[in-house]
Design a protein around this ligand. Structure first.
Ligand SMILES: NC(=O)c1ccc[n+]([C@@H]2O[C@H](COP(=O)([O-])OP(=O)(O)OC[C@H]3O[C@@H](n4cnc5c(N)ncnc54)[C@H](OP(=O)(O)O)[C@@H]3O)[C@@H](O)[C@H]2O)c1
Length: 435
């Protein structure tokens, strides 16, 4: 480890939203950051695609690396910061090469770690270097450090959270305005909160990458993105917010990781009085449940240049001070495999169901019969504004059931003659940290 050095030389690959802010911080606040790190953190090499772009910091003293994957071959570098993104390609090459070359790596790349975390953590162990990724989960919340260090003495029963600001913004706006998903998505795109190609966010994939990492650390599991059950927010309609509110709930995209189960990223109903339900707009939140801590909640900015660069700087300071821990809190050889045979099943939970049905006599009896055949019982039923022969929402909540049983019942319900659209189902989560 390099903690005795008076200067740590840093190479930065990727000068976009996050990378350029990291560079601005390193170049304009070098004295303060040096004092925190116990050594100078000197940015000496940079790489991106467009050499001529104005990055908002002085690049004249830095080496421009033509091919970012060659960053690791620069002998004098102590640390390589990967800020390009993507689970494959150049980001993977840079991180692999840097670890093998004995350089510490700092990254914000959750996709890379969710897919290749075990391999990369093994390389870090073998080469006795750090692989630090605080910025990859909810940048403004020190979620990784909280789990891996601050709460390391706990036995976790559950880690859950709102891990995607774009989805949380869209759901918050849909509830507030009564607008349809497509309209609110367009608004989020105009404001720069959603990408032109939004599927990584709205299909729950980005949040599931982050949940993969939290679950791995909390429960000593090998990060395995393919084992995560994922259901994004596209199916939520404005009418669901009205019904959820009548029933005392709010709709959120929530990730849940529990011991011995596959992590699940799902659009859920949360009781209005629980803390997570009050986290609105682009904010993120992570709830930790365990013994002896009980429950605790962290809320903050999940993305953006400032919040993400703040986490990257914390990792660089840790390297400076020699505070380098195993990436997932324990050696890779001690991490278990996730059992993903029934990946939509966590603890049994009640569900919210919305069916679009032709309002005819006998519909309800047909639906409840299918549910009974799958050992699912109905707890409450809401149907308002009867409109014979029109298609109307039929909303119900069930008693506790497994996701697998419900999925199979929904396949049968969809085939009923009166059912005119794919049923929408969302689990109802308990309120473990009340506000
Ligand atoms: N943005 C956020 O709020 C946020 C939050 C948390 C985590 N992250 C993570 O941080 C990482 C960076 O995100 P970002 O938002 O900063 O991305 P970004 O703005 O799209 O920047 C990506 C950078 O990578 C460079 N790049 C792309 N392909 C390259 C290649 N083949 N060779 C060299 N350079 C290449 C681009 O170069 P050019 O500029 O020349 O095109 C650009 O500078 C990702 O892993 C992301 O998931 C981002």
């Amino acid at each position: 480890m390099n903690q005795q050095k008076s200067v740590l030389k840093v190479g930065l690959a990727g000068l976009g939203v996050v990378g350029s802010e990291v560079a601005r911080q390193l170049t304009t606040r070098s004295v303060a950051l040096g004092a925190a790190a116990g050594c100078e953190l000197r940015l000496v090499a940079i790489a991106a695609r467009d050499r001529m772009a104005n990055r908002g910091f002085n690049t004249s003293t830095m080496m421009w690396v033509e091919s970012a994957a060659d960053m690791a071959a620069i002998e004098e570098l102590d640390i390589v910061v990967e800020m390009i993104g993507g689970s494959e390609g150049v980001a993977l090459d840079i991180v692999r090469n840097a670890l093998v070359a004995g350089k510490h790596v700092v990254t914000a790349n959750k996709a890379l770690l969710a897919h290749h975390g075990s391999e990369l953590a093994t390389l870090a162990e073998e080469n006795d270097v750090g692989l630090l990724f605080e910025a990859s989960v909810a940048g403004g919340i020190p979620a990784i450090k909280t789990l891996r260090e601050g709460l390391a003495g706990n036995e976790f029963s559950r880690v859950s959270g709102i891990l995607n600001g774009t989805c949380n913004y869209i759901l918050t706006r849909m509830e507030k305005t009564g607008e349809a998903f497509d309209n609110v998505l367009a608004e989020a795109q105009n404001l720069g909160y959603a990408e032109a190609e939004p599927s990584l966010d709205v299909d729950g994939i980005d949040a599931a990458h982050k949940l993969t990492l939290l679950g791995a650390i909390a429960f000593g599991q090998k990060p395995n993105f393919d084992a995560v059950f994922i259901q994004g927010i596209r199916d939520v309609a404005a009418v669901d917010f009205t019904y959820a509110n009548k029933l005392g709930f709010r709709i959120k995209l929530v990730g849940v990781a529990e011991p011995g189960m596959a992590p699940r990223m799902q659009t859920c109903l949360l009781p209005l009085n629980c803390q997570l339900a009050k986290v609105n707009g682009v904010l993120n939140a992570v709830e930790f449940h365990g013994s002896p801590i009980g429950g605790t909640l962290s809320i903050g900015q999940g993305a953006g240049a400032g919040a993400t660069a703040s986490a990257v700087l914390a990792d660089l300071i840790d390297i400076g001070r020699g505070r380098i821990t195993l990436p997932f809190g324990r050696p890779v050889a001690e991490l278990s495999e996730i059992n993903s045979t029934r990946k939509q099943d966590g603890e049994d939970t009640p569900f919210y169901l919305r069916l679009m049905v032709v309002d005819q006599p006998g519909v309800l009896a047909d639906v409840t019969k299918v549910l009974q055949n799958h050992q699912i019982s109905v707890e409450s039923l809401l149907q308002q504004g009867r409109s014979p022969d029109d298609v109307v929402p039929l909303v119900m909540t069930t008693h506790e059931t497994s996701g697998t049983a419900l999925a199979s019942a929904l396949v049968a319900i969809e085939t009923l003659e009166a059912v005119r659209a794919r049923p929408v189902a969302m689990p109802i989560l308990p309120d473990e940290v009340e506000g």
